[in-house]
Design a protein around this ligand. Structure first.
Ligand SMILES: [Zn+2]
Length: 312
């Protein structure tokens, strides 16, 4: 009964506002990693069930192609997963297969070499070090309790995030020297797992090489970050990489028109931001496509919020 009620409500929204619009969902980590961005595995599966129940899941590439022709079905939703953590393969991929769904994975390629991205390294050191205090960027942190470690971690991540790559590496090195932590656990997709995702029909997209804030870098470094990741991924899957997602992804804060021009110059067909919204017109927004990050834990809230996303 509730299902029918929600369906009628969603259909009426889509009928009024959903013509030729593509909603793109963004996920990051899924599963019990303790990461602030990690979503509970059961909730992720519920999202997949609700998407299938009320909307029309579609591959990103297919959705963009139909939208460009003006014939995208109402309620179309594409799933994207950013960064390339190993739970993309261990948790997200099996659930997508179970529900016969596809997603596009945007990968920062330095993870193939290192086995992690910079934020994982910071998290591992701060949460696992035997030290009971550490100094970071001239500030002292006590690490006596888990809560203090989480406070320290949150503070360090936010202080590092908007640094340049060179400043970021220097700050992380302070943590490595103090903790003597050289070995890191594998947290990232392998090249073989990436090929397996691709062969199973998943999309693979670029998310730069080292996940910098592009706006903080020189034009030369930013272009190299974009180019290098495309080149590495094309070598791995032996096929063109057509889509790009800006790290962090807010227009004006994390990237601007100069990076849009770089992405076009590198030969991508479209690029995705994390600004909230729905795709209405690729001619104007094809290189800053808005996405939607859903966190709602109840069916009604999740589906209604998603339906409202089409009303822009
Ligand atoms: Zn990212």
């Amino acid at each position: 009964m509730i299902t029918l009620f929600i369906k009628a409500l969603v259909d009426s929204f889509l009928w009024c506002f959903g013509k030729n619009k593509l909603s793109i969902l963004t996920y990051h980590r899924v599963g019990g990693t303790g990461d602030a961005l990690a979503m509970d595995e059961r909730l992720f599966e519920l999202h997949l069930i609700w998407i299938k129940r009320y909307l029309r899941p579609i591959n990103l590439a297919e959705g963009l192609a139909l939208q460009a022709k003006g014939i995208l079905p109402r309620g179309s939703v594409a799933i994207t997963v950013d960064d390339g953590y190993v739970d993309s393969y261990n948790i997200i991929f099996p659930l997508l297969k179970k529900h016969n769904l596809k997603a596009t994975f945007f990968i920062s390629t330095i993870g193939f070499e290192n086995g992690y991205l910079w934020d994982e390294k910071v998290a591992f050191i701060i949460m696992k070090t035997k030290l009971t205090e550490l100094i970071f960027d001239n500030k002292n942190y006590s690490l006596l309790s888990d809560n203090e470690r989480i406070t320290c971690l949150t503070d360090c991540l936010s202080r590092i995030k908007y640094k340049t790559i060179a400043e970021r590496d220097a700050l992380i090195e302070q943590l490595v020297i103090q903790s003597q932590q050289k070995e890191m656990p594998q947290q990232f997709l392998t090249k073989e797992q990436t090929v397996e995702l691709y062969k199973a029909g998943m999309g693979i997209g670029s998310h730069t090489h080292t996940h910098p804030i592009l706006l903080k870098e020189s034009a030369g470094i930013a272009l190299e970050e974009i180019k290098q990741s495309k080149h590495i991924l094309e070598g791995i899957i032996n096929s063109p990489i057509d889509y790009f997602a800006y790290p962090n992804g807010k227009f004006g804060e994390d990237f601007d028109v100069t990076h849009i021009e770089m992405v076009k110059k590198c030969g991508f067909l479209a690029a995705l931001s994390t600004d909230k919204g729905v795709l209405k017109d690729q001619k104007t927004d094809g290189f800053q496509i808005k996405r939607f990050t859903p966190w709602d834990e109840t069916e009604l809230k999740f589906v209604l919020r998603l339906a409202l996303n089409y009303c822009q």
